[in-house]
Structure formats: structure tokens, C-alpha cells
Design a protein around this ligand. Structure first.
Ligand SMILES: Nc1ncnc2c1ncn2[C@@H]1O[C@H](COP(=O)(O)OP(=O)(O)OP(=O)(O)O)[C@@H](O)[C@H]1O
Length: 275
């Protein structure tokens, strides 16, 4: 699917929300759209979904089945969650029972008899996700899929994304808090000032990280730091167990480490010298 010279504004006299967007998503690819609040991420996703039409330019080669999960599920509908999902399965030409696998997987069984308007935000989001997946989409569009979800459901999102892409589908999702940093293989786009550009993945949020302490022989310090960094881990310091209060920062991702490397020796003032 590709955006071919796409421009968009919300009214004839409004400022352009997006200008000259040229970008492509390949089958099996996950694209994370980054950008601050109001940058135009949802607008871009709705153009991809076909919910909005470009003011100029065109979106080409959109897969025939699109699953779109808006940032807020429109819960103002006169159905229970179960009725709604069974009807959506039917509308999409599937057996209504096919909704049940998603009801179970997304832990919605206890909520099937609840009216959509009485669901919590997170549960309503899961109903929105289920309706998109029932369709077996070739393009799955998730607008801030982490918002409002409980811890269990949050872990399901990367799993589901991986399944859709493994089946050759494309996934386009927005993330203003950088929570999707660890979606393996995803590419990133940044929307800013109305334009779209490729971006580096943001670092994982601090609350999503832990510190693991490991102990290695002194002779293996250099090699261990290099290997851990090559595996994508952040190594920030090395502590000498014989001087527990002395912690040496490890400069730069490629710089050699302190203290001192394999042949280091301790100086009289307690600092480490290279051997
Ligand atoms: N229906 C609309 N009519 C007019 N302007 C709109 C409409 N929807 C969004 N906008 C405006 O377009 C701009 C981009 O909005 P959009 O929702 O795409 O941003 P976003 O990056 O998704 O932000 P957020 O993270 O807050 O959802 C904003 O200035 C917003 O106020």
C-alpha cells in the first residue's frame, strides 16, 4: 500500500494537517507512526483505512480487508458486546461463532452480556480490537492500541501484530508514548509539522526496564560489555566487587570499558589503570 503525494486538510480553508506524504507499507511489515499529540497520526491512519479521503493525491494498493481500531471505540450502540461481535462476524461473511475465539483470547467472556455503552474504556477497546480481527484483515490499523488496556491485554497486542504480519498482512499503528519501541522488526515514521519522515525507534520507556546485575571474571569485562551492547542491552557501569562502593561509568556505546580492561591494575589512590 502506498501514499502517493497525499495532502490532507479538514476544511477548504483549514491549514494542511498533512502535506505531500509519500510512503509505502510492504506486506508483512509493521509501521509505527510516532508524533506528539495533534501531530496528525490519527489523520494518517484514517487516510490509510479509507475512512478519510486525501484532499490531494491518492492511497494506492490498499488490501481489500482493512481492520481499523480507532483511538476510541464508538460504544454508543444498542448492543451487548457479545451480540455486537457475533453480528460483526456475520457482516464480514463469517460464521458468528468465529467471534468466540477472539472473545476468549481477549478475555471478553465475562463481558459478552454487557451493553457496549456500559463497558470500561479498556474493555471497549478490546471489543474494537476483536471486531477488527474477526475480519482477518490484510491491513490492521491500530490507533494508540495501548491506551486504556490492562496489563494482560497489553502483552497480547505485540502477539497479534506478529500473527497478522506472519500471515502476510500489514500493520500500521500509532504510538505517542513510545510503548511500541520493542515491536520486533517494526519500522518507524514520524509525523511533525504536517510532514512524514522515517524515524529511529524511541528508547523503551523507563517504567518498562529493569536492571540485572551480573558478575564476570575481570578478564572478561571488555568482551562482556561489547557482547551485551551488540545484543542491544544498555551497559552503564562496571562495579569492582573488591571495592563495592566504587562504580565506574562505561563511556559511549563503542568506547572501551572501565576499569582498565583485562590487564588492569589498581593504583594507589584506588582508581584503575590499564595494564
Ligand atoms: N474532525 C476534525 N476536524 C477538524 N480538525 C481535526 C479533526 N480531527 C483532527 N483535527 C485536527 O487535526 C490535527 C491532527 O489531529 P490528529 O488527531 O490526526 O492528531 P494525532 O497525532 O493523532 O493526535 P493524538 O495523539 O492527540 O490523537 C489536530 O490539530 C486536530 O485538532
Amino acid at each position: 500500500m502506498r501514499f502517493d503525494g497525499v495532502w490532507f486538510r479538514y476544511g477548504r480553508r483549514a491549514d494542511w494537517t498533512l502535506r505531500e506524504v509519500d510512503a509505502a507499507v510492504e506486506p508483512g511489515q509493521t509501521v509505527v507512526v510516532l508524533g506528539r499529540n495533534g501531530a496528525g497520526k490519527s489523520t494518517l491512519l484514517q487516510l490509510a483505512a479509507g475512512v478519510l479521503r486525501p484532499s490531494r493525491g491518492v492511497v494506492r494498493d490498499r488490501p481489500p480487508i482493512v481492520g481499523w481500531v480507532p483511538e476510541r471505540f464508538p460504544a454508543d450502540q444498542p448492543f451487548t458486546a457479545g451480540d455486537y461481535l457475533h453480528r460483526m462476524a456475520e457482516l464480514r461473511g463469517h460464521d458468528p461463532g468465529e467471534a468466540d475465539q477472539w472473545i476468549e483470547r481477549l478475555l471478553l467472556t465475562a463481558h459478552t452480556g454487557t451493553r457496549l455503552s456500559d463497558l470500561s474504556k479498556g474493555t471497549a477497546q478490546k471489543v474494537g480490537l476483536a471486531q477488527a480481527l474477526i475480519a482477518r484483515p490484510g491491513l490492521l490499523i491500530l490507533d494508540e492500541p495501548w491506551e486504556g488496556l490492562d496489563a494482560v491485554a497489553r502483552t497480547l497486542v505485540p502477539e497479534i501484530v506478529a500473527e497478522v504480519t506472519a500471515a502476510g498482512g500489514m500493520v500500521l499503528l500509532s504510538d505517542h508514548r513510545g510503548e511500541t519501541a520493542h515491536l520486533p522488526g517494526a519500522i518507524h515514521w514520524q509525523v511533525a509539522e504536517g510532514t512524514l519522515a522515517p524515524a529511529e525507534p524511541p528508547p523503551p520507556p523507563a517504567h518498562d526496564q529493569v536492571v540485572i546485575e551480573i558478575t564476570v571474571p575481570r578478564a572478561a569485562v571488555d568482551e562482556t560489555v561489547v557482547r551485551l551492547r551488540a545484543q542491544g542491552h544498555a551497559v552503564s557501569s562496571v562495579r569492582d566487587v573488591s571495592a563495592p562502593n566504587r562504580t565506574e561509568p562505561v563511556p559511549g556505546p563503542t568506547a572501551s570499558i572501565t576499569p582498565g580492561g583485562a590487564n588492569a591494575r589498581k593504583a594507589a589512590d584506588g582508581s584503575w589503570e590499564r595494564g
